[in-house]
Design a protein around this ligand. Structure first.
Ligand SMILES: [Zn+2]
Length: 372
């Protein structure tokens, strides 16, 4: 008894010492941030440059490890002796790739757990522009237009889009995606479809609201409409008939002017006819114009984003104007519209009775896509 006890005791001690000799961690997890590179993670586990070179030349699939983006994840698993056992690469929006190492050879295995869940994705990785890169990714023009129409409410495609930003489309049959998600450096905008009882499909943010904004009728507290939209109006200064392609709200000089809906400041300038003028862009097609202002809100400049109800300027009579008023225009794709008659799409919500199902589905999609 004594004889057999001792050796097994020493064996246990040896095993304990053996594992403590090998030391520390054997399982490393990494999440990619901007500017990260795979080799940094690889070296931080103590693995050698020589092994990295062998890994990279082992298969063309290894090149995928050099093409990583914020949000992607890695796991590097080592054997007890600190040699490489396995690398698990989990890109944000693709199936994980497992690479096993037996000391001589690397074996690759694409884990398709996610494709079993039935979700299909398209990833548009921005290198040039949404139009260019979406076409390259096989997204048809109609869907691209839909993406622009929606995301333009929160994203200025000419200023905000960066190389490396991504759009993810999740498909569930049909010609339009189930979800459209923008993943940028500074923000993520996720939109999910909901089809109403009449079969109309719309996109909503995770809180169940459409991304557009409801317009206030007037951007100013006014006394009266001194001149409406008309194709032929006597112009007292020019002494001729000219179209009046806006609505004049009479109000005292200095009356604050507010953005009637969230938007982007496109243009702040002083022109001969309009005087001090502001152009706001709302979504992809709609522009509003505010003319004859006495002054602009402090700090207002092109590129600013404004909220609904945010101060943008003050009523005045600058430019070609006969008295203090706000000249207000609404243009859709460059065509002037009558602010008194037009009915613009309001912000809408997923009905209460459908909300919990909608939000569950939205959460599931984000989870499957490994977002947040
Ligand atoms: Zn006018």
């Amino acid at each position: 008894m004594q004889k057999s006890f001792l050796p097994s005791f020493f064996l246990a001690l040896l095993l304990l010492c053996g594992s403590s000799y090998a030391g520390g961690k054997h399982d490393f997890s990494f999440k990619v941030s901007r500017g990260d590179a795979f080799y940094k993670f690889f070296f931080s586990t103590g693995l050698s440059g020589e092994l990295l070179t062998r890994l990279m030349s082992s298969d063309k699939r290894a090149q995928r490890l050099n093409n990583i983006f914020p949000g992607d994840k890695f796991r590097i698993i080592l054997n007890d002796d600190h040699s490489l056992k396995e690398i698990v690469f989990s890109p944000l929006t693709e199936n994980p790739l497992n690479i096993y190492y037996d000391g001589n050879n690397f074996t690759y295995e694409k884990n398709d757990a996610r494709s079993n869940s039935g979700l299909a994705y398209t990833i548009v990785n921005i290198q040039k522009s949404l139009n260019f890169d979406a076409k390259k990714a096989g997204v048809d023009a109609e869907v691209v237009k839909m993406m622009v129409d929606h995301f333009s409410w929160e994203l200025d495609f000419s200023r905000d889009l960066r190389k490396g930003d991504r759009f993810v489309l999740s498909w569930n049959g049909g010609k339009t995606p189930e979800a459209m998600i923008y993943i940028g450096d500074r923000k993520t905008i996720a939109l999910f479809s909901h089809t109403d009882t009449q079969g109309r499909k719309k996109y909503y943010t995770a809180n169940g609201l459409t991304i557009n904004d409801t317009f206030a009728f007037a951007p100013v507290k006014y006394n009266r409409i001194s001149s409406g939209f008309s194709k032929r109006r006597w112009h007292p200064t020019l002494k001729t008939y000219r179209p009046h392609r806006g609505t004049d709200f009479a109000a005292p000089t200095g009356t604050p002017v507010y953005a009637p809906a969230k938007g982007l400041v496109k243009y702040v300038a002083t022109l001969s006819g309009y005087g001090n003028v502001i152009y706001l862009k709302h979504g992809s097609e709609l522009v509003t114009v505010y003319a004859h202002l006495s002054r602009f809100a402090k700090g207002l400049k092109a590129g600013n984003r404004v909220k609904k109800g945010e101060l943008i300027g003050y009523v005045g009579s600058t430019g070609m104007s006969t008295g203090p008023h706000l000249h207000y225009e609404i243009r859709i794709n460059g065509i002037h519209k009558d602010a008194e008659k037009i009915s613009l799409e309001k912000r809408s919500a997923v009905p209460n009775s459908k909300m919990s199902g909608f939000q569950k589905r939205a959460k599931r999609i984000l989870f499957e896509l490994n977002i947040k």
